[in-house]
Design a protein around this ligand. Structure first.
Ligand code: ZN
Length: 248
C-alpha cells in the first residue's frame, strides 16, 4: 500500500499542477489585455495628440464640404439676381449672395485654423515619435515573451496530462476510481491530504490516535472522517514531500 499511496500523492501533485496551468492558460485573454492596457496608459499622451491631429483633419474636410455647398448657394443667388424681375426679388437675391460670401469667408478662416492645428499636432507627433517607437517595441517584446511563455505552459500541460494518464493507469482500478470520486466532489479537487500534528491538513479536523497510527503505518487507505480525503503521512525528516498537499 505504501507504494500506492506514493502514486496517489504523485497523481495529486500532477493534478494540482494541471489545474494551475489550466487556470493560467484560461486567463490568457485577460493577461494579454493587461499588457496592452499598460501600453495604452503610457501611450495616452501620444494618443491625445494623434486624436487632435485626426480631429483637425476631419474638421477641415467638413468645413471644405460646407464651403462647396455655400458656393453653390451663392451661385444660385447670383443667378436669381440676374433673373430678378422686381425690386423685392433683387433685394432678396443680393442679401442671399452677400450672406453666402460672408459665410464662405468665415469658413475659410476656420479652415486655416484647422490647418494650423493639424500642422502643430503633426510636429508634436514627430517630436514624440522615437518615444512611441520605443514603447511599441517594448509592447511587442512583452507580447512575444508572453506568447513564448504561453507555448511553454501549453507544452507543460500536455506533458502533465500524459503523466497523469500514466499514473492513473498504474494505480489499481478501485483506488483510481476512489481518487477520481473524491477529487470531483471536493472543492479545489484535492483528494489527498497530509496528516500532520494529528490532524487532517486540509480540513484541520483532529484525527483520533488510532486513525493517526493507521495513517502512519500506511498499510491501508485511510480517509478523513470529516472531509473524506485520502490521508498520508510524511515522516518528519522528509517534510518537503508534502508538496502534493495544497490548501483547500
Ligand atoms: Zn479532512
Amino acid at each position: 500500500m505504501k507504494a500506492e499511496l506514493a502514486q496517489l500523492i504523485a497523481l495529486q501533485h500532477t493534478d494540482t499542477n494541471i489545474r494551475r496551468l489550466e487556470a493560467e492558460l484560461n486567463a490568457i485573454p485577460q493577461r494579454r489585455a493587461e499588457i496592452e492596457k499598460e501600453f495604452e496608459q503610457r501611450a495616452f499622451e501620444f494618443r491625445a495628440i494623434e486624436n487632435r491631429r485626426d480631429g483637425a483633419r476631419q474638421e477641415r474636410t467638413r468645413l471644405e464640404t460646407e464651403i462647396a455647398e455655400t458656393r453653390t448657394k451663392a451661385q444660385h443667388a447670383e443667378r436669381a439676381l440676374m433673373s430678378s424681375t422686381n425690386e423685392k426679388e433683387y433685394a432678396a437675391a443680393i442679401r442671399e449672395a452677400d450672406a453666402a460670401r460672408k459665410h464662405i469667408s468665415e469658413l475659410e478662416t476656420k479652415v486655416l485654423e484647422q490647418m494650423e492645428a493639424f500642422e502643430g499636432a503633426d510636429k508634436e507627433i514627430a517630436e514624440h515619435e522615437s518615444q512611441i517607437t520605443q514603447l511599441r517595441a517594448e509592447l511587442e517584446a512583452k507580447l512575444k515573451a508572453f506568447e513564448e511563455q504561453t507555448r511553454t505552459q501549453a507544452d507543460q500541460l500536455n506533458a502533465l496530462r500524459a503523466e497523469r494518464e500514466r499514473l492513473a493507469t498504474e494505480l489499481p482500478k478501485p483506488l483510481a476510481a476512489m481518487y477520481n470520486r473524491i477529487s470531483t466532489r471536493i472543492r479545489g479537487g484535492v483528494a489527498v491530504a497530509e496528516a500532520r500534528n494529528s490532524s487532517c491538513s486540509a480540513c484541520f479536523m483532529s484525527l483520533r490516535p488510532h486513525v493517526m497510527s493507521q495513517v502512519r503505518l500506511g498499510e491501508e487507505i485511510i480517509t478523513c472522517d470529516n472531509c473524506n480525503r485520502i490521508l498520508y503521512y510524511v515522516p518528519a525528516e522528509h517534510p518537503k514531500q508534502s508538496s502534493a498537499q495544497t490548501a483547500n
